[in-house]
Design a protein around this ligand. Sequence first.
Ligand SMILES: Nc1ncnc2c1ncn2[C@@H]1O[C@H](COP(=O)(O)OP(=O)(O)OP(=O)(O)O)[C@@H](O)[C@H]1O
Length: 217
Amino acid sequence: MSGSAALPAVSALAVRDVGVVRGGRRVLDGVDFRLAAGQAMAVTGENGAGKSTLLRAIAGLVPIAGGRVALEGSGLDDGPAARAMHYVGHLDALKPGLTVAETLRFWACFLGSPHDGRHRRVEEALDSLDLAPLADLPAGLLSAGQRRRLAFARLVAVPRPVWLMDEPTAALDAASAARLGALMAGHLGRGGIVVAATHDNLPGVDPLRLDLPGDAA
Ligand SMILES: Nc1ncnc2c1ncn2[C@@H]1O[C@H](COP(=O)(O)OP(=O)(O)OP(=O)(O)O)[C@@H](O)[C@H]1O
């Protein structure tokens, strides 16, 4: 397994008493946890409990109505720090006309640092998610599971310490889920942090658990 890049330092992700209001309704209330470098959290709860909302709030994609999100030890701990995080949601934002390799090159250039060996990282990303045989295929022709693998390849192409993953194993077959598990385990081993909303187990990872109540109202 590849993806051996050193990560920018983050000693912990602290989510302190976070609340979120959506559509005039309180969806999350008093969510509070801290993950140290190397730790993973599986966020569970019934449909509508707020799992996706929590990930998006941590990523700074939806406003929080109270509390705070901090990346300790990074110098970025005053509020959400998007450039230290990857958010991989349900909808894989892929341009259908770009090939798999072009997509990864675009991400590496657009999101990565100019000094972090972009070309090598793109090769690593193709390899890590078994995408090399699909490198020249337009993203619009990929199957659901292949699209998902391409979305996760971004995590390798652009190293960031915090991975926020919404239903990461959805649409993945057993072999791809195992690859993803190995990728997550490697990330944690290098001091990364993972928060995953999931109804399933996370293969190869033994996460802490946060079960959101069904109705925070
Ligand atoms: N843009 C929005 N505007 C208003 N309400 C929203 C919006 N997005 C989500 N919600 C509401 O927020 C609540 C939490 O939704 P969320 O998608 O976070 O749940 P979830 O736990 O991820 O669900 P699932 O398991 O079905 O994916 C739901 O009641 C949903 O209707």
